[in-house]
Design a protein around this ligand. Structure first.
Ligand code: SF4
Length: 234
């Protein structure tokens, strides 16, 4: 299949068609379609909460680009997971960084912007760097799952990211937490050690807490701040 660059109209049509055709497909088949269709203009993005999608993609597209956003606020365990993924998996880890260091941001906006204006902090440290980093790609895969939170319940396996004019792929959208756990156990996939320490979803350290029994997996993100997503997926 051709991997020549696509126009935005072609990408949008491809996303709509694949979203219908691949709704019932396995994660591997969805990723195989993406790798065949987009070649090197396809990447996986990972928060390094676990390496499930990276592992799946490495099976069908060895050496695939895995894009990681280093906000400067990550837990050491997250950076360690990224380094371990780069060392042991057949992927090419690409680290994106914000234009400003945390110190430079503190100088311009004052310290702890994440407490005062988390939307601006996420925009500066996540949304803009990803937008710039994704210009090299036509399609990106994420680990979004429908069972993670009500805001993610409608996630298509292949959709159109109108904001970035890219095809957005969620190969494990239909998976449950049990599916993830069993894939991790079966294949010995790397996971962030914080998942064994009460965290169900791992983001930046200042904005992530452990979850309580009965809470959904993303309840520990921006807890008490009326914010549920960082803007990467909205
Ligand atoms: S999650 Fe928190 S620290 Fe990280 S970019 Fe967003 S507001 Fe800033």
């Amino acid at each position: 299949m051709s991997t020549a660059p696509h126009t935005a109209d072609q990408l949008r049509d491809l996303a709509a068609q694949a979203g219908r055709d691949l709704e019932e497909a396995s994660a591997q088949d969805i990723l195989r379609w993406a790798a065949d269709t987009f070649g090197p203009r396809f990447c996986v993005t990972s928060s390094m909460e676990d390496a499930v999608v990276s592992h799946l993609a490495s099976q069908v597209a060895p050496g695939v680009d895995v894009v990681f956003l280093d906000t400067g606020y990550h837990f050491p365990e997250t950076i360690g997971t990224r380094d371990a993924v780069a060392a042991v998996m057949d992927v090419s880890v690409i680290t994106l960084t914000p234009r400003q260091s945390v110190a430079e941001q503190d100088t311009q906006y004052g310290p702890k912007l994440h407490d005062r204006d988390p939307d601006l902090c996420c925009s500066l440290r996540k949304v803009k760097p990803l937008e710039e980093g994704l210009t090299a790609y036509d399609a990106w895969a994420t680990g979004l799952r429908r069972d993670e939170s009500p805001t993610r319940a409608g996630t298509p396996v292949v959709g159109w990211d109108a904001k970035r004019q890219k095809v957005k792929i969620a190969p494990i959208a239909r998976w449950t937490q049990e599916d993830v756990d069993s894939y991790v156990a079966k294949h010995g996939v790397l996971t962030n050690p914080l998942l064994m320490d009460g965290y169900a979803s791992v983001g930046c350290a200042p904005c992530t807490r452990r979850v309580l029994q009965g809470e959904d997996s993303r309840a520990g993100r921006w807890a008490g701040r009326g914010k549920t997503e960082c803007g990467l997926h909205g």
